[in-house]
Structure formats: structure tokens, C-alpha cells
Design a protein around this ligand. Structure first.
Ligand code: GRF
Length: 189
């Protein structure tokens, strides 16, 4: 059976992208990563994608209007034959047109137990709120930030004396398990 063609959007180190790509190396994985795209040509993850032999596309969004930039991203994804988009540390607000183009074909991973702690600085906020646990969420992307239908979550405890960095590292381990498994389920749903 043909595997679903997935484009991964990154802005930074790309560890989730690597986890998705490594899972796709299994013969029975229902998806393949056909493009890694970034709004930052210096994103560390681009070099990691190239080392894995995955085609990359990068263009700085600076000086561009949001909708125009997103249209370039869509063109790059379409030229690579992408059917599904996985956001993995993509630090850009998306235009409504981009969300509409990829509706029900675009997912994101967020390092909190949504709907708790949308947006940024989630580790410090979870600790400061006195939460006893946090985790990560894979969800469908909708117009509103971090608010689409939840597909899967993984939980980790928040320990006494936790720092944002320690909590982030504990959650990241779970992200690398949860995202490939959830993407595989999503493309075969
Ligand atoms: C991850 O914590 C992800 O949940 C969030 O941004 C971070 C990206 O890390 N959306 P990486 O680039 O995948 O290493």
C-alpha cells in the first residue's frame, strides 16, 4: 500500500522531526516524510533532515506578509506531493488560508496537557501553577492557536524542585514516542 506523504514544518532543532523520520524507516510505517520545510534557513533541524536524506525547503518569512509566505510554503508542500502536514516546533502563526488548505490534514504537537497552557513558556507556567503533572498533546490544527481536536496525550509528573528545563526534557522523551504513533494512526484513520 502506498504510504501517506507527510511534510514536516520546523523552525528549530527538529528533534520531533527526527523521531517522525526514524519511525518512518520501519517497513510497516504507514507514512513517509517527503519534505522538511522551515521558515528559518538556519534551523538546526534542516541539517539533520539532510543527513537523513530527506529533501528540505527553507525560506525566511522576514519582510513577507503572512498569507504570502504561507502560500509559498503550500506551493513547496504541493510540489513535493505532500498529503499531510506535521508541525514540529514550527514557530509561526498560520494564516487562515493555510489552515483551510490543509484542514483535517495537519497536526501539531504541543508540550502541555491541552487545553491547559496554550501558547509559549508552558513549562514554567505549569510549574508556577502548582500542577502535579504535565505532558504533551497531539492535536488537529484549527484556526485558533493550540485549540484543535485532541488526538492523543502523554503525561509526566511534575516533581518537587522541577525546573522548566528538567520538565521540558521529561516531556520531550514522551513527545518522541507519542508523535510518530499518533501520526501513523492519523494517516490511516
Ligand atoms: C517541542 O517541545 C514541541 O512540542 C514544541 O516545540 C518543541 C520543538 O522541539 N511545539 P523540536 O524542534 O522538535 O526538537
Amino acid at each position: 500500500m502506498a504510504r501517506a506523504r507527510v511534510g514536516v514544518l520546523i523552525s528549530g532543532r527538529g528533534s520531533n522531526m527526527v523521531a517522525l523520520a526514524e519511525a518512518a524507516e520501519a517497513a510497516d510505517c504507514p507514512y513517509e516524510i517527503t519534505l522538511v520545510a522551515s521558515n528559518d534557513p538556519d534551523a538546526e533541524g534542516l541539517a539533520r533532515a539532510r543527513m537523513l536524506g530527506i529533501p528540505t525547503w527553507a525560506r525566511s518569512h522576514r519582510g513577507m506578509e503572512r498569507e504570502g509566505f504561507d502560500a509559498l510554503v503550500t506551493t513547496a508542500l504541493e510540489e513535493a506531493g505532500v498529503e499531510y502536514v506535521a508541525l514540529a516546533g514550527y514557530m509561526r502563526m498560520l494564516s487562515p488560508a493555510f489552515v483551510a488548505r490543509w484542514r483535517d490534514h495537519m497536526i501539531n504537537i504541543h508540550p502541555s496537557l491541552l487545553p491547559r497552557h496554550k501558547g509559549l513558556h508552558v513549562y514554567a507556567r505549569a510549574i508556577e501553577a502548582g500542577d502535579s503533572e504535565s505532558g504533551c498533546t497531539v492535536h488537529i490544527v484549527s484556526e485558533e492557536l493550540d485549540s484543535g481536536a485532541i488526538l492523543a496525550q502523554a503525561r509526566v509528573p511534575i516533581l518537587p524542585g522541577d525546573t522548566p528545563e528538567a520538565l521540558a526534557a521529561r516531556i520531550l522523551i514522551e513527545e518522541h514516542r507519542l508523535y510518530p504513533a499518533t501520526l501513523a494512526e492519523y494517516v490511516t484513520r
